[in-house]
Design a protein around this ligand. Structure first.
Ligand SMILES: [Zn+2]
Length: 299
């Protein structure tokens, strides 16, 4: 029997059976959460994957996508002056991870991020002649930790990588971590050099993540290539680290052999990484090769 999306959502929101059948929980038409471990769920719509940790002890939301994609959150989570988000955390400052901050921030007890996040958000707003609005005020340099009932939440910053303000948000009991955009799963990445990104240090940061989290930790990624999941494990980090290393190697070889940036950008494939997907002009092999070239030449 064919079930339309609309009636599926109505059925599953009326019954816990939907959870058993699909692993997905539908409450309101647009809010479909996927359980990944214990009290931890993910929400995918547009922009970076959102992680939601919800239990009788409280509510934690990691990243906020865009205002349109989370407009159903306040009703769905019954947010009010007395029902707050205990911790609203941003993995980094990019708009596809912080765009919903204005909507959800007013229901947040604490907005948490690495200290570079409010700085970068303020810089971006100023450049547009705007006020930054609600930005994280609970900030940290290297680590942050909080208890929420039986769960312990830890944040780690390991240095410049995708930006200069990336962090990993780890839920100890559920053994899940949101690594934000520190891993693009089988997708050419955004490398934000204007915000202090470093491909070289990114490979070190990935190593540090693998050394810090338990081997069997479930990981949530900001983005993935078409057909690939936004969740995974340390193997995905290892693959992405090899990819970044290959990117730098290609750029270094180009410089050594006297090639220009444009010549390097004509490289048809990165050997061993042919299955990494593109998205638009920027998330593509030529574009990231150009950024790698800029980094190795100090441009
Ligand atoms: Zn990003």
């Amino acid at each position: 029997m064919a079930i339309s999306r609309r009636s599926f959502l109505r059925i599953s929101s009326a019954s816990a059976l939907g959870v058993l059948l699909t692993g997905k929980v539908a409450y309101a038409e647009d809010i479909v959460l996927t359980n990944i471990s214990g009290n931890t769920f993910i929400y995918e719509k547009s922009g970076g994957t959102i992680l939601i940790h919800t239990s009788a002890d409280g509510l934690v939301i990691v990243d906020t996508q865009f205002p349109q994609s989370i407009e159903g959150f306040p009703a769905h989570f019954k947010l009010s002056d007395s029902k707050k988000i205990d911790f609203l955390i941003n993995t980094h400052h990019h708009g596809d991870h912080t765009g919903g901050n204005q909507l959800l921030g007013k229901f947040a007890d604490k907005m948490v991020a690495h200290k570079r996040v409010p700085e970068l958000l303020t810089e971006l707003a100023k450049a547009k002649g705007e006020e930054p609005g609600l930005i994280p005020t609970t900030t940290f340099t290297d680590t942050w930790k909080a208890e929420l009932g039986k769960e312990t939440i830890k944040a780690f910053h390991f240095g410049p990588a995708h930006t200069s303000g990336d962090s990993v948000i780890y839920f100890e009991k559920d053994n899940v971590a949101h690594v934000g955009d520190l891993c693009f799963n089988k997708l050419h990445p955004v490398i934000d050099r204007s915000a202090g990104a470093s491909i070289q240090n990114w490979t070190i940061v990935l190593e540090k993540i693998m050394n810090t989290l338990p081997k069997d930790c479930r990981l949530v990624f900001g983005h993935s290539g078409e057909g690939y999941p936004v969740t995974g494990n340390a193997d995905n980090l290892m693959f992405f680290k090899s990819y970044l290393t290959a990117l730098l190697e290609a750029a270094n070889n180009a410089v050594k052999t006297g090639k220009t940036k444009e010549e390097l950008q004509k490289l048809p494939v990165l050997k061993g990484f042919e299955d990494v997907k593109s998205r638009g002009n920027r998330l593509s092999l030529p574009f990231v090769l150009g950024l790698a070239y800029d980094e190795v030449t100090g441009a």
